[in-house]
Ligand binder design. Sequence first.
Ligand code: NDP
Ligand code: 2IT
Length: 458
Amino acid sequence: MTIVSNSVKHSAVDSRVDSFMEALVGQFPGEREFHQAVQEVVKSVMPVVLDNAAYLKAKVLERLVVPDRVISFRVVWVDDAGDVQVNRGYRIQMSSLIGPYKGGLRFHPSVTAGLLKFLAFEQVFKNSLTTLPMGGGKGGADFDPKGRSDAEVMRFCQAFMSELFHHIGPDIDVPAGDIGVGGREVGYLFGQYRKLTKRFNGVLTGKGVNFGGSQLRPEATGYGAVYFASEMLATRGESVEGKTATVSGSGNVAIYTVEKLNALGAKVLTLSDSGGTIVDMDGIDPEKIEWVKDLKTVRYGRISEYAQRYPNAEYLPGERPWRVPCDLAFPSATQNEIEACDAETLVNNGCYCVSEGANMPSTPEAVDVFQAARILYGPGKAANAGGVAVSGLEMTQNAGCMRRSRDEVDTQLQRIMKSIHENCVRYGRENDYVDYVRGANIAGFTKVADAMVQQGYI
Ligand code: NDP
Ligand code: 2IT
Protein backbone atom coordinates (compact mmCIF):
# COMPACT_ATOMS: atom_id res chain seq x y z
CA MET A 1 0.00 0.00 0.00
CA THR A 2 1.21 3.54 -0.74
CA ILE A 3 0.90 6.02 2.08
CA VAL A 4 -0.02 9.60 1.04
CA SER A 5 2.48 11.12 -1.35
CA ASN A 6 3.50 14.71 -0.82
CA SER A 7 1.99 15.54 -4.20
CA VAL A 8 -1.49 15.23 -2.67
CA LYS A 9 -2.08 18.55 -0.96
CA HIS A 10 -4.24 18.81 2.13
CA SER A 11 -6.52 21.40 0.64
CA ALA A 12 -7.23 19.12 -2.32
CA VAL A 13 -8.01 16.30 0.08
CA ASP A 14 -10.33 18.48 2.16
CA SER A 15 -12.29 19.63 -0.85
CA ARG A 16 -12.68 16.03 -2.09
CA VAL A 17 -13.97 15.04 1.37
CA ASP A 18 -16.42 17.96 1.33
CA SER A 19 -17.78 17.15 -2.12
CA PHE A 20 -18.03 13.45 -1.28
CA MET A 21 -19.98 14.22 1.90
CA GLU A 22 -22.25 16.69 0.13
CA ALA A 23 -23.20 13.98 -2.38
CA LEU A 24 -23.72 11.43 0.40
CA VAL A 25 -26.01 13.68 2.43
CA GLY A 26 -28.00 14.40 -0.71
CA GLN A 27 -28.25 10.70 -1.49
CA PHE A 28 -29.17 9.62 2.07
CA PRO A 29 -30.82 12.62 3.74
CA GLY A 30 -31.56 12.57 7.46
CA GLU A 31 -29.25 9.66 8.36
CA ARG A 32 -27.18 11.75 10.80
CA GLU A 33 -25.18 9.00 12.50
CA PHE A 34 -24.43 7.38 9.14
CA HIS A 35 -23.08 10.68 7.80
CA GLN A 36 -20.95 11.06 10.95
CA ALA A 37 -19.46 7.57 10.63
CA VAL A 38 -18.76 7.96 6.91
CA GLN A 39 -17.18 11.39 7.34
CA GLU A 40 -14.70 10.06 9.89
CA VAL A 41 -13.61 7.22 7.61
CA VAL A 42 -13.51 9.33 4.45
CA LYS A 43 -11.37 12.01 6.14
CA SER A 44 -8.84 9.33 7.10
CA VAL A 45 -8.73 7.40 3.85
CA MET A 46 -9.20 10.09 1.16
CA PRO A 47 -5.43 10.74 0.85
CA VAL A 48 -4.88 7.01 0.29
CA VAL A 49 -7.68 6.87 -2.31
CA LEU A 50 -6.44 9.95 -4.19
CA ASP A 51 -3.01 8.39 -4.36
CA ASN A 52 -4.24 5.07 -5.80
CA ALA A 53 -5.43 5.02 -9.41
CA ALA A 54 -7.06 1.60 -9.05
CA TYR A 55 -9.18 2.77 -6.07
CA LEU A 56 -10.25 5.88 -7.99
CA LYS A 57 -11.13 3.96 -11.13
CA ALA A 58 -13.09 1.33 -9.19
CA LYS A 59 -14.95 4.07 -7.24
CA VAL A 60 -14.29 2.19 -4.01
CA LEU A 61 -15.59 4.91 -1.67
CA GLU A 62 -18.75 5.52 -3.66
CA ARG A 63 -19.47 1.77 -3.58
CA LEU A 64 -18.60 1.18 0.08
CA VAL A 65 -21.23 3.65 1.35
CA VAL A 66 -24.10 1.91 -0.44
CA PRO A 67 -25.22 -1.30 1.31
CA ASP A 68 -25.35 -4.50 -0.76
CA ARG A 69 -28.97 -4.62 0.39
CA VAL A 70 -31.30 -3.28 3.08
CA ILE A 71 -33.89 -5.75 4.31
CA SER A 72 -36.85 -4.19 6.10
CA PHE A 73 -39.81 -6.09 7.48
CA ARG A 74 -42.83 -6.11 9.78
CA VAL A 75 -42.68 -8.02 13.08
CA VAL A 76 -46.10 -8.92 14.53
CA TRP A 77 -46.44 -10.53 17.95
CA VAL A 78 -48.93 -10.73 20.83
CA ASP A 79 -48.11 -9.27 24.26
CA ASP A 80 -49.07 -10.77 27.64
CA ALA A 81 -52.28 -8.73 27.70
CA GLY A 82 -53.37 -10.33 24.40
CA ASP A 83 -52.80 -7.14 22.40
CA VAL A 84 -51.25 -7.31 18.94
CA GLN A 85 -47.93 -5.44 18.69
CA VAL A 86 -46.27 -4.32 15.45
CA ASN A 87 -42.56 -3.51 15.19
CA ARG A 88 -40.12 -2.71 12.39
CA GLY A 89 -37.30 -5.19 11.78
CA TYR A 90 -34.17 -4.68 9.64
CA ARG A 91 -31.00 -6.29 8.42
CA ILE A 92 -28.45 -4.15 6.62
CA GLN A 93 -26.11 -6.33 4.55
CA MET A 94 -23.36 -3.80 4.00
CA SER A 95 -20.44 -5.68 2.47
CA SER A 96 -19.47 -9.31 1.93
CA LEU A 97 -16.20 -8.54 0.12
CA ILE A 98 -13.98 -10.38 2.59
CA GLY A 99 -16.44 -12.82 4.19
CA PRO A 100 -20.09 -13.45 5.08
CA TYR A 101 -22.01 -10.46 6.46
CA LYS A 102 -21.30 -10.33 10.19
CA GLY A 103 -22.56 -8.06 12.94
CA GLY A 104 -25.00 -7.76 15.80
CA LEU A 105 -28.72 -7.19 16.25
CA ARG A 106 -29.93 -4.22 18.29
CA PHE A 107 -33.36 -4.14 19.97
CA HIS A 108 -33.99 -0.56 21.10
CA PRO A 109 -36.81 1.94 20.44
CA SER A 110 -34.34 4.30 18.70
CA VAL A 111 -33.54 1.76 15.96
CA THR A 112 -34.07 2.97 12.36
CA ALA A 113 -32.56 1.87 9.06
CA GLY A 114 -30.27 4.94 9.18
CA LEU A 115 -28.95 4.14 12.66
CA LEU A 116 -28.25 0.55 11.65
CA LYS A 117 -26.48 1.76 8.51
CA PHE A 118 -23.93 3.63 10.62
CA LEU A 119 -23.35 0.49 12.68
CA ALA A 120 -23.12 -1.75 9.59
CA PHE A 121 -20.66 0.66 7.96
CA GLU A 122 -18.42 0.73 11.06
CA GLN A 123 -18.64 -3.05 11.24
CA VAL A 124 -17.09 -3.48 7.77
CA PHE A 125 -13.83 -1.82 8.85
CA LYS A 126 -13.86 -3.30 12.37
CA ASN A 127 -14.26 -6.82 11.02
CA SER A 128 -11.49 -6.23 8.50
CA LEU A 129 -9.21 -5.13 11.37
CA THR A 130 -9.75 -8.37 13.30
CA THR A 131 -7.69 -10.24 10.64
CA LEU A 132 -10.58 -12.75 10.30
CA PRO A 133 -12.59 -13.26 7.07
CA MET A 134 -15.83 -11.45 7.93
CA GLY A 135 -17.88 -8.94 5.95
CA GLY A 136 -20.06 -6.35 7.68
CA GLY A 137 -23.75 -6.13 8.56
CA LYS A 138 -26.08 -5.02 11.32
CA GLY A 139 -29.74 -5.49 12.12
CA GLY A 140 -32.36 -5.10 14.76
CA ALA A 141 -35.76 -3.75 15.59
CA ASP A 142 -37.44 -0.80 17.29
CA PHE A 143 -38.68 -3.22 19.96
CA ASP A 144 -38.09 -2.05 23.55
CA PRO A 145 -37.32 -5.04 25.79
CA LYS A 146 -37.52 -2.89 28.96
CA GLY A 147 -40.38 -3.98 31.17
CA ARG A 148 -41.28 -6.91 28.90
CA SER A 149 -41.74 -10.37 30.40
CA ASP A 150 -39.51 -13.26 29.42
CA ALA A 151 -42.41 -14.79 27.46
CA GLU A 152 -42.93 -11.54 25.53
CA VAL A 153 -39.22 -11.34 24.67
CA MET A 154 -39.35 -14.95 23.45
CA ARG A 155 -42.42 -14.34 21.28
CA PHE A 156 -40.84 -11.21 19.83
CA CYS A 157 -37.60 -13.07 19.01
CA GLN A 158 -39.57 -15.87 17.34
CA ALA A 159 -41.59 -13.40 15.24
CA PHE A 160 -38.43 -11.51 14.28
CA MET A 161 -36.61 -14.69 13.21
CA SER A 162 -39.67 -15.87 11.24
CA GLU A 163 -38.71 -13.28 8.62
CA LEU A 164 -34.95 -12.93 9.21
CA PHE A 165 -34.25 -16.63 8.61
CA HIS A 166 -34.88 -16.14 4.87
CA HIS A 167 -31.85 -13.87 4.64
CA ILE A 168 -29.16 -15.45 6.86
CA GLY A 169 -26.99 -18.56 6.99
CA PRO A 170 -23.54 -19.61 8.23
CA ASP A 171 -21.91 -18.67 4.91
CA ILE A 172 -24.33 -15.83 4.07
CA ASP A 173 -24.93 -13.61 7.08
CA VAL A 174 -24.22 -14.37 10.75
CA PRO A 175 -25.95 -12.07 13.28
CA ALA A 176 -25.09 -11.80 17.00
CA GLY A 177 -25.96 -9.56 19.97
CA ASP A 178 -25.77 -5.81 20.52
CA ILE A 179 -27.84 -3.42 22.69
CA GLY A 180 -30.90 -5.28 24.00
CA VAL A 181 -29.77 -8.60 22.53
CA GLY A 182 -27.72 -10.89 24.78
CA GLY A 183 -27.48 -14.60 25.49
CA ARG A 184 -31.18 -14.97 26.27
CA GLU A 185 -32.33 -13.39 22.99
CA VAL A 186 -29.71 -15.22 20.88
CA GLY A 187 -30.97 -18.48 22.42
CA TYR A 188 -34.59 -17.75 21.44
CA LEU A 189 -33.55 -16.59 17.95
CA PHE A 190 -31.46 -19.72 17.41
CA GLY A 191 -34.29 -21.98 18.60
CA GLN A 192 -36.69 -20.46 16.08
CA TYR A 193 -34.12 -20.64 13.25
CA ARG A 194 -33.57 -24.32 14.01
CA LYS A 195 -37.32 -25.01 14.04
CA LEU A 196 -37.93 -23.22 10.75
CA THR A 197 -34.98 -24.65 8.84
CA LYS A 198 -34.37 -28.02 10.56
CA ARG A 199 -30.68 -26.98 10.53
CA PHE A 200 -28.21 -26.86 13.41
CA ASN A 201 -25.33 -24.65 12.34
CA GLY A 202 -23.32 -21.52 13.13
CA VAL A 203 -25.95 -19.06 11.85
CA LEU A 204 -25.70 -16.91 14.99
CA THR A 205 -22.83 -16.23 17.37
CA GLY A 206 -23.04 -15.57 21.08
CA LYS A 207 -24.91 -18.87 21.50
CA GLY A 208 -24.89 -20.76 24.80
CA VAL A 209 -21.71 -22.84 25.19
CA ASN A 210 -23.74 -26.04 25.37
CA PHE A 211 -25.13 -25.48 21.86
CA GLY A 212 -22.13 -24.32 19.90
CA GLY A 213 -21.28 -21.01 21.57
CA SER A 214 -17.69 -19.98 22.19
CA GLN A 215 -16.17 -19.76 25.62
CA LEU A 216 -15.52 -16.11 26.55
CA ARG A 217 -17.87 -14.59 23.90
CA PRO A 218 -19.90 -12.71 26.56
CA GLU A 219 -16.68 -11.35 28.07
CA ALA A 220 -14.86 -10.66 24.80
CA THR A 221 -15.86 -7.06 24.00
CA GLY A 222 -15.18 -5.72 27.49
CA TYR A 223 -12.00 -7.75 28.00
CA GLY A 224 -10.83 -6.69 24.53
CA ALA A 225 -11.40 -2.99 25.27
CA VAL A 226 -9.20 -3.33 28.36
CA TYR A 227 -6.53 -5.27 26.43
CA PHE A 228 -6.57 -2.48 23.84
CA ALA A 229 -6.14 0.15 26.58
CA SER A 230 -3.24 -1.89 27.97
CA GLU A 231 -1.57 -1.87 24.54
CA MET A 232 -2.04 1.90 24.24
CA LEU A 233 -0.66 2.47 27.75
CA ALA A 234 2.33 0.22 27.01
CA THR A 235 3.43 2.71 24.31
CA ARG A 236 4.08 5.08 27.23
CA GLY A 237 5.63 2.40 29.42
CA GLU A 238 2.51 2.19 31.59
CA SER A 239 -0.22 -0.32 32.49
CA VAL A 240 -3.77 -0.21 33.88
CA GLU A 241 -2.57 -1.39 37.31
CA GLY A 242 -3.21 1.18 40.03
CA LYS A 243 -5.21 3.47 37.71
CA THR A 244 -8.70 4.84 38.32
CA ALA A 245 -11.32 4.27 35.63
CA THR A 246 -14.79 5.48 34.70
CA VAL A 247 -17.08 3.14 32.77
CA SER A 248 -20.46 4.06 31.27
CA GLY A 249 -23.34 1.66 30.66
CA SER A 250 -24.07 -1.37 32.80
CA GLY A 251 -24.78 -3.96 30.13
CA ASN A 252 -22.68 -6.68 28.56
CA VAL A 253 -19.72 -4.53 27.51
CA ALA A 254 -19.57 -2.43 30.70
CA ILE A 255 -19.78 -5.41 33.07
CA TYR A 256 -16.88 -7.33 31.52
CA THR A 257 -14.82 -4.17 31.15
CA VAL A 258 -15.08 -3.71 34.92
CA GLU A 259 -14.32 -7.40 35.53
CA LYS A 260 -11.08 -7.22 33.53
CA LEU A 261 -10.06 -3.84 34.98
CA ASN A 262 -10.44 -5.32 38.47
CA ALA A 263 -8.41 -8.38 37.49
CA LEU A 264 -5.59 -6.14 36.25
CA GLY A 265 -5.52 -4.01 39.40
CA ALA A 266 -7.42 -0.87 38.38
CA LYS A 267 -10.13 0.79 40.48
CA VAL A 268 -13.48 1.40 38.71
CA LEU A 269 -15.55 4.31 40.00
CA THR A 270 -18.71 4.43 37.87
CA LEU A 271 -21.40 2.60 35.93
CA SER A 272 -24.54 4.05 34.34
CA ASP A 273 -27.69 3.43 32.34
CA SER A 274 -30.10 5.69 30.49
CA GLY A 275 -31.53 6.75 33.89
CA GLY A 276 -28.30 7.98 35.51
CA THR A 277 -24.87 7.20 36.94
CA ILE A 278 -23.63 5.53 40.10
CA VAL A 279 -20.36 6.73 41.62
CA ASP A 280 -18.57 4.40 44.04
CA MET A 281 -15.32 5.93 45.25
CA ASP A 282 -14.54 2.67 47.15
CA GLY A 283 -14.36 0.95 43.75
CA ILE A 284 -16.77 -1.47 42.04
CA ASP A 285 -14.90 -4.55 43.25
CA PRO A 286 -15.33 -8.18 42.02
CA GLU A 287 -18.09 -8.97 44.52
CA LYS A 288 -20.02 -5.83 43.53
CA ILE A 289 -19.72 -6.51 39.80
CA GLU A 290 -21.08 -10.03 40.35
CA TRP A 291 -24.07 -8.37 41.99
CA VAL A 292 -24.45 -6.03 38.97
CA LYS A 293 -24.26 -9.05 36.63
CA ASP A 294 -27.17 -10.64 38.47
CA LEU A 295 -29.08 -7.33 38.51
CA LYS A 296 -28.70 -6.83 34.75
CA THR A 297 -28.80 -10.34 33.31
CA VAL A 298 -31.11 -12.22 35.67
CA ARG A 299 -33.37 -9.59 37.22
CA TYR A 300 -33.19 -7.00 34.37
CA GLY A 301 -33.11 -4.18 36.98
CA ARG A 302 -31.88 -0.57 36.95
CA ILE A 303 -28.43 0.67 38.01
CA SER A 304 -30.02 3.05 40.59
CA GLU A 305 -30.55 -0.06 42.76
CA TYR A 306 -26.75 -0.23 43.23
CA ALA A 307 -26.83 2.81 45.53
CA GLN A 308 -29.48 1.12 47.70
CA ARG A 309 -27.41 -2.07 47.89
CA TYR A 310 -24.10 -0.21 48.49
CA PRO A 311 -24.97 2.95 50.48
CA ASN A 312 -21.46 4.44 50.17
CA ALA A 313 -22.18 4.87 46.48
CA GLU A 314 -24.05 7.86 45.12
CA TYR A 315 -26.71 7.79 42.36
CA LEU A 316 -26.75 10.81 40.05
CA PRO A 317 -30.07 10.75 38.15
CA GLY A 318 -29.89 11.94 34.54
CA GLU A 319 -26.06 12.24 34.60
CA ARG A 320 -23.27 10.59 32.65
CA PRO A 321 -20.03 9.53 34.37
CA TRP A 322 -17.67 12.00 32.69
CA ARG A 323 -17.24 14.59 35.43
CA VAL A 324 -15.80 12.02 37.84
CA PRO A 325 -11.98 12.46 37.76
CA CYS A 326 -10.18 9.38 36.40
CA ASP A 327 -7.04 8.22 34.58
CA LEU A 328 -8.87 5.98 32.09
CA ALA A 329 -12.35 6.19 30.53
CA PHE A 330 -14.31 3.34 28.93
CA PRO A 331 -17.51 4.59 27.25
CA SER A 332 -19.54 1.38 26.96
CA ALA A 333 -23.19 2.44 26.55
CA THR A 334 -24.15 4.03 23.23
CA GLN A 335 -23.31 6.41 20.36
CA ASN A 336 -22.53 10.09 20.98
CA GLU A 337 -22.51 9.73 24.77
CA ILE A 338 -19.34 11.87 25.09
CA GLU A 339 -19.79 15.40 23.78
CA ALA A 340 -17.07 18.06 23.46
CA CYS A 341 -17.81 19.50 26.92
CA ASP A 342 -17.58 16.00 28.48
CA ALA A 343 -14.29 15.40 26.68
CA GLU A 344 -12.93 18.72 28.00
CA THR A 345 -13.99 17.82 31.54
CA LEU A 346 -12.35 14.40 31.26
CA VAL A 347 -9.06 15.84 29.95
CA ASN A 348 -9.03 18.75 32.43
CA ASN A 349 -9.54 16.26 35.28
CA GLY A 350 -6.49 14.25 34.18
CA CYS A 351 -7.94 11.47 32.00
CA TYR A 352 -5.30 10.46 29.46
CA CYS A 353 -6.60 7.21 27.95
CA VAL A 354 -10.02 6.53 26.37
CA SER A 355 -10.83 3.06 25.05
CA GLU A 356 -14.24 2.84 23.39
CA GLY A 357 -16.28 -0.27 24.20
CA ALA A 358 -19.36 1.26 22.57
CA ASN A 359 -19.73 2.08 18.86
CA MET A 360 -19.00 5.75 18.08
CA PRO A 361 -19.59 6.95 21.68
CA SER A 362 -17.62 10.19 21.13
CA THR A 363 -18.92 12.99 18.90
CA PRO A 364 -16.46 14.28 16.26
CA GLU A 365 -15.94 17.41 18.41
CA ALA A 366 -15.11 15.23 21.44
CA VAL A 367 -12.58 13.27 19.37
CA ASP A 368 -10.99 16.58 18.35
CA VAL A 369 -10.62 17.49 22.05
CA PHE A 370 -8.92 14.15 22.84
CA GLN A 371 -6.56 14.35 19.90
CA ALA A 372 -5.70 18.02 20.45
CA ALA A 373 -4.77 17.11 24.04
CA ARG A 374 -2.59 14.28 22.65
CA ILE A 375 -4.17 11.67 24.94
CA LEU A 376 -4.36 7.96 24.07
CA TYR A 377 -7.67 7.66 22.22
CA GLY A 378 -8.77 4.24 20.89
CA PRO A 379 -11.87 4.47 18.65
CA GLY A 380 -14.58 1.82 18.92
CA LYS A 381 -13.87 0.08 15.64
CA ALA A 382 -10.45 -0.87 17.01
CA ALA A 383 -11.01 -1.00 20.78
CA ASN A 384 -14.27 -2.98 20.80
CA ALA A 385 -13.37 -5.40 17.99
CA GLY A 386 -12.69 -8.19 20.52
CA GLY A 387 -16.39 -9.10 20.59
CA VAL A 388 -16.77 -9.73 16.89
CA ALA A 389 -13.31 -11.33 16.81
CA VAL A 390 -14.44 -14.01 19.25
CA SER A 391 -17.64 -14.31 17.19
CA GLY A 392 -15.34 -15.07 14.25
CA LEU A 393 -13.66 -17.75 16.34
CA GLU A 394 -17.11 -19.15 17.18
CA MET A 395 -17.86 -19.37 13.42
CA THR A 396 -14.68 -21.35 12.76
CA GLN A 397 -15.43 -23.54 15.78
CA ASN A 398 -18.93 -24.33 14.42
CA ALA A 399 -17.69 -24.91 10.85
CA GLY A 400 -15.00 -27.29 12.11
CA CYS A 401 -17.26 -29.04 14.68
CA MET A 402 -14.69 -28.37 17.38
CA ARG A 403 -14.39 -26.48 20.67
CA ARG A 404 -11.75 -24.19 22.12
CA SER A 405 -11.00 -23.89 25.82
CA ARG A 406 -11.38 -20.59 27.68
CA ASP A 407 -7.60 -20.21 27.83
CA GLU A 408 -7.22 -20.82 24.10
CA VAL A 409 -9.87 -18.18 23.28
CA ASP A 410 -8.34 -15.69 25.71
CA THR A 411 -4.90 -16.18 24.13
CA GLN A 412 -6.39 -15.62 20.65
CA LEU A 413 -8.31 -12.55 21.85
CA GLN A 414 -5.14 -11.00 23.31
CA ARG A 415 -3.23 -11.79 20.12
CA ILE A 416 -5.94 -10.18 17.96
CA MET A 417 -6.16 -7.02 20.10
CA LYS A 418 -2.38 -6.73 19.94
CA SER A 419 -2.39 -7.09 16.17
CA ILE A 420 -5.17 -4.48 15.79
CA HIS A 421 -3.10 -2.12 17.94
CA GLU A 422 0.02 -2.76 15.85
CA ASN A 423 -1.89 -1.99 12.66
CA CYS A 424 -3.27 1.24 14.14
CA VAL A 425 0.27 2.30 15.06
CA ARG A 426 1.60 1.29 11.66
CA TYR A 427 -0.88 3.43 9.72
CA GLY A 428 -1.56 6.11 12.35
CA ARG A 429 1.86 7.17 13.66
CA GLU A 430 2.60 10.87 13.24
CA ASN A 431 6.01 11.68 14.74
CA ASP A 432 5.62 10.94 18.47
CA TYR A 433 1.80 10.64 18.45
CA VAL A 434 -0.42 7.79 17.27
CA ASP A 435 -3.66 8.84 15.58
CA TYR A 436 -5.57 5.62 16.25
CA VAL A 437 -8.59 6.88 14.27
CA ARG A 438 -6.57 7.31 11.11
CA GLY A 439 -4.64 4.10 11.74
CA ALA A 440 -7.76 1.99 12.28
CA ASN A 441 -9.57 3.47 9.29
CA ILE A 442 -6.70 3.07 6.84
CA ALA A 443 -5.80 -0.45 8.02
CA GLY A 444 -9.45 -1.60 7.91
CA PHE A 445 -10.16 0.12 4.59
CA THR A 446 -7.19 -1.07 2.53
CA LYS A 447 -7.97 -4.75 2.85
CA VAL A 448 -11.61 -4.22 1.83
CA ALA A 449 -10.72 -1.79 -0.99
CA ASP A 450 -8.13 -4.19 -2.42
CA ALA A 451 -10.70 -7.01 -2.35
CA MET A 452 -13.17 -4.76 -4.19
CA VAL A 453 -10.67 -3.93 -6.92
CA GLN A 454 -9.67 -7.58 -7.30
CA GLN A 455 -13.29 -8.82 -7.55
CA GLY A 456 -14.27 -6.53 -10.44
CA TYR A 457 -17.20 -4.20 -10.99
CA ILE A 458 -20.15 -5.96 -9.37
P1 NDP B 1 -26.52 -3.88 26.56
O1 NDP B 1 -27.91 -3.83 26.06
O2 NDP B 1 -26.04 -5.09 27.26
O3 NDP B 1 -26.24 -2.63 27.50
C1 NDP B 1 -26.40 -1.33 27.03
C2 NDP B 1 -26.13 -0.36 28.16
O4 NDP B 1 -26.05 0.95 27.62
C3 NDP B 1 -27.24 -0.34 29.20
O5 NDP B 1 -26.72 0.00 30.44
C4 NDP B 1 -28.14 0.76 28.64
O6 NDP B 1 -28.94 1.40 29.62
C5 NDP B 1 -27.12 1.75 28.12
N1 NDP B 1 -27.73 2.52 27.04
C6 NDP B 1 -28.24 2.03 25.89
N2 NDP B 1 -28.76 3.02 25.15
C7 NDP B 1 -28.57 4.15 25.86
C8 NDP B 1 -28.88 5.50 25.63
N3 NDP B 1 -29.49 5.89 24.51
N4 NDP B 1 -28.52 6.41 26.59
C9 NDP B 1 -27.89 6.00 27.73
N5 NDP B 1 -27.59 4.73 28.00
C10 NDP B 1 -27.92 3.82 27.08
O7 NDP B 1 -25.60 -3.58 25.28
P2 NDP B 1 -24.05 -3.85 25.08
O8 NDP B 1 -23.31 -3.71 26.36
O9 NDP B 1 -23.91 -5.09 24.29
O10 NDP B 1 -23.66 -2.65 24.10
C11 NDP B 1 -23.12 -1.41 24.56
C12 NDP B 1 -22.38 -0.72 23.44
O11 NDP B 1 -21.30 -1.57 22.99
C13 NDP B 1 -23.19 -0.42 22.18
O12 NDP B 1 -22.71 0.77 21.60
C14 NDP B 1 -22.87 -1.60 21.27
O13 NDP B 1 -23.07 -1.28 19.92
C15 NDP B 1 -21.39 -1.77 21.59
N6 NDP B 1 -20.81 -3.07 21.27
C16 NDP B 1 -21.33 -4.23 21.76
C17 NDP B 1 -20.72 -5.43 21.48
C18 NDP B 1 -21.20 -6.71 22.06
O14 NDP B 1 -20.51 -7.73 21.86
N7 NDP B 1 -22.29 -6.76 22.78
C19 NDP B 1 -19.54 -5.51 20.60
C20 NDP B 1 -19.02 -4.22 20.20
C21 NDP B 1 -19.66 -3.05 20.52
P3 NDP B 1 -30.54 1.15 29.61
O15 NDP B 1 -30.71 -0.22 30.18
O16 NDP B 1 -31.08 2.23 30.48
O17 NDP B 1 -30.99 1.26 28.18
O1 2IT C 1 -20.72 -4.01 17.36
C1 2IT C 1 -20.30 -5.19 17.38
O2 2IT C 1 -19.17 -5.48 16.98
C2 2IT C 1 -21.18 -6.23 17.92
N1 2IT C 1 -22.27 -5.92 18.38
C3 2IT C 1 -20.75 -7.66 17.90
C4 2IT C 1 -21.02 -8.26 16.56
C5 2IT C 1 -20.78 -9.75 16.44
O3 2IT C 1 -21.08 -10.25 15.36
O4 2IT C 1 -20.28 -10.39 17.37
